[in-house]
Design a protein around this ligand. Structure first.
Ligand code: C2E
Ligand code: MG
Ligand code: MG
Ligand code: MG
Length: 291
């Protein structure tokens, strides 16, 4: 079957509009119950600092194992959850899981931060900073071990509303990152006006930098300008040794991608970390990669 949807060509099985609608409807009506039933979980993808390859943090990525539809991709259900006004419920769930993890690591002598993705709709909730502050207190996690990731288009869609909330979060000491950087329409100069600490170079450029000189140039200029603005630069989509080496040579601060690890379930992440943690008496445990 060939069809056109929104100007894009779609090949293969094309569900009818009715089927798409029903599926979305089910996702939305079932979401809360799915949380309670344990179908929704959080996976974690490690990030390493360059050049020393310490595990510096993890990104929390939500997963939904649906009994009928199977494994659902966040790109599919997060927008449906947002549209249904349930993003607050989803974000609280992911945040709590992530903070519980960070607490557990602290108890084991490991300082590993967690990054949680926000939706622009979280920033429409004036109570959001207070809720986050309460959660940090409940788990007794220092704010600098929590990062929030936001896409630039998310912030720019309603800056009047988003900015005061971002400033409050920043004032709490939480690290703020612009996700998927380079894909929106804004310039690096506009970053100066945002209370952010970090830029994450979109994976499309990092994946392309080995074969496309244009992508390489984009990556290089984001690293340079990010640094000149005093920001930490993170590259996502690091799949190859060569990309990691190039990023390291450019001075990129942090690498995330399949080369280091895919996103892992809580259990598998623990095993992954265990295998890489060096403990010496009287010192902080350190998690270092040999790659
Ligand atoms: P993101 O925040 O940009 O997350 C990075 C995505 O890139 C993840 O996809 C991750 O699995 C994938 N990735 C990581 N390393 C590589 C690599 O080396 N190569 C390639 N090809 N891909 C890589 P995932 O988990 O499917 O998440 C997709 C998006 O869904 C995320 O993009 C984020 O925008 C959103 N998302 C995920 N979890 C949450 C959440 O808890 N809340 C909200 N609001 N959005 C979420
Ligand atoms: Mg992200
Ligand atoms: Mg991204
Ligand atoms: Mg994304």
């Amino acid at each position: 079957v060939r069809a056109t949807r929104g100007g894009e060509e779609v090949r293969g099985y094309v569900p009818s509009m009715g089927q798409i609608f029903m599926r979305r409807f089910q996702m939305v009506t079932q979401f809360r119950q799915s949380l309670e039933d344990g179908q929704v979980s959080v996976h974690y993808q490690p990030k390493v600092s360059l050049p020393n390859r310490h595990v510096q943090g993890v990104e929390a990525l939500v997963r939904w194992q649906h009994p009928e539809f199977g494994k659902l991709d966040p790109d599919e259900f997060v927008p449906a959850v947002e549209a249904a006004g349930l993003i607050g419920v989803l974000t609280s769930f992911v945040l709590e899981q992530a903070l519980r993890r960070v607490r557990k690591w602290l108890d084991e002598g490991l300082r590993i931060s967690a990054a949680v993705n926000l939706s622009v709709r979280n920033l429409a909730d004036a109570e959001f900073p207070a809720k986050v502050s309460a959660a940090l207190g409940r788990f007794d996690v220092p704010p600098e071990l929590l990062t929030f990731e936001l896409t630039e288009s998310g912030v720019m869609s309603d800056p009047q509303r988003a900015l005061p909330i971002l400033r409050e979060l920043h004032a709490l000491g939480i690290v703020l990152a612009v996700d998927d950087f380079g894909t929106g329409y804004s310039s690096l100069a506009y970053l100066r006006q945002l209370p952010v600490d970090q830029v994450k170079i979109d994976k499309s450029f990092v994946l392309g930098m080995g074969t496309d000189l244009g992508d390489l140039a984009v990556v290089r200029s984001i690293v340079e300008l990010g640094h000149s603005l005093g920001l930490t630069v993170v590259a996502e989509g690091v799949e190859e040794d060569i990309a990691r080496d190039q990023l390291e040579a450019m001075g990129c601060d942090v690498a995330q991608g399949y080369l280091i690890s895919r996103p892992l379930s809580e259990e598998r992440l623990e095993a992954w970390l265990q295998a890489r943690t060096a403990r010496s008496p009287g010192r902080h445990a350190e998690t270092v990669l040999t790659l």
